[in-house]
Ligand binder design. Structure first.
Ligand code: HEM
Length: 255
């Protein structure tokens, strides 16, 4: 069969690019080909979301050590840098974890952006017909998810500048995690920022953790109640844990 014959079948050969209907079509390896589909992006969004949920939960649990005093908290912060020693040199394993997180963050954002653009394109039919996909895209939940995601990204940039790089914290001393966090959260505007950002994070998680099951095809309605309890419970644990820190610092319980 000629490569220029009229057919909708993609020839199974390793030529790059192949010719179909006189158009040049690139063949990608299957993980990339799958990622390029909207189902693939939903899977990628769900899996990267699970990685990020794992991070926010362990970060919140780790931060609870703040209640055990400066020594315990700084010891924990130092443990994160020494993790994996002597098998790995200092901070190498921490950098491995950071790279996984950065990768998950980029994939999560890219999928959100690409799916939003796809929904927007589908929303402009010439005949004015509004597709079910359009309805979902315009829904309150998906708008909240987009704005929530942007707020979390802005908060994260501020948070790193505040407690990791120290640019936004005049009292920052490298390696003194407890002193840094207590100095920062003693400032009222910073306290308000942390509380507001964590409430936005809570809404994002409550909807996102519910959607993970949908995206992975675990969507039998008989599990809806359990999914809702899981998603809202997870969000509540993160929000309550995280906003307890600025409040405890303001009240002088910590610091
Ligand atoms: C009130 C809530 C929070 C507190 C008290 C807090 C505290 C901290 C502290 C003290 C550090 C520096 C740790 C160190 O120097 O070893 C840190 C780093 C970090 N935090 Fe938070 N955090 C909070 C919420 C969040 C949230 C909601 C996110 C994500 C959305 C987040 C993401 C990060 C990241 C990515 C780092 C850098 C970790 C690294 O060194 O690689 N934090 N946080």
């Amino acid at each position: 069969m000629s490569t220029t014959a009229k057919t909708n079948e993609i020839p199974d050969r390793k030529l790059k690019p192949v010719q179909i209907n006189n158009k040049s079509v690139k063949k990608y390896p299957w993980p990339i080909a799958f990622y390029r589909t909207s189902v693939g992006k939903k899977y990628a969004m769900a899996i990267s979301g699970i990685v990020l949920l794992g991070f926010v939960l362990s970060h919140m649990v780790g931060n609870l050590k703040m209640y055990l005093g400066a020594q315990t908290f700084d010891h924990y912060a130092e443990f994160l840098r020494e993790m994996g020693e002597p098998l790995f040199p200092r901070t190498v394993l921490l950098w491995g974890v950071r790279l996984v997180l950065i990768g998950a963050f980029i994939i999560h954002f890219h999928c959100a952006y690409a799916l939003t653009m796809q929904n927007r394109r589908a929303r402009k039919p010439a005949d004015g017909y509004q597709s079910p996909r359009d309805y979902i895209a315009a829904s309150f939940a998906s708008r909240t998810m987009r704005w929530g995601g942007i707020i979390i990204l802005l908060f994260l940039i501020w948070h790193l500048a505040d407690l990791t790089w120290g640019w936004a914290n005049p009292d920052f001393v490298r390696g003194e995690a407890y002193a840094n966090v207590t100095a920062s959260l003693q400032r009222i505007p910073v306290t308000i920022l942390y509380i507001a950002a964590n409430i936005a994070l809570g809404f994002h998680i409550a909807h996102g953790a519910w959607s993970i099951f949908q995206s992975l095809g675990i969507n039998n309605p008989k599990y809806n109640a359990a999914r809702r309890i899981f998603a809202r419970g997870f969000a509540a644990v993160i929000v309550l844990g995280n906003i307890s820190f600025p409040i405890a610092i303001q009240l002088g319980i910590v610091g």
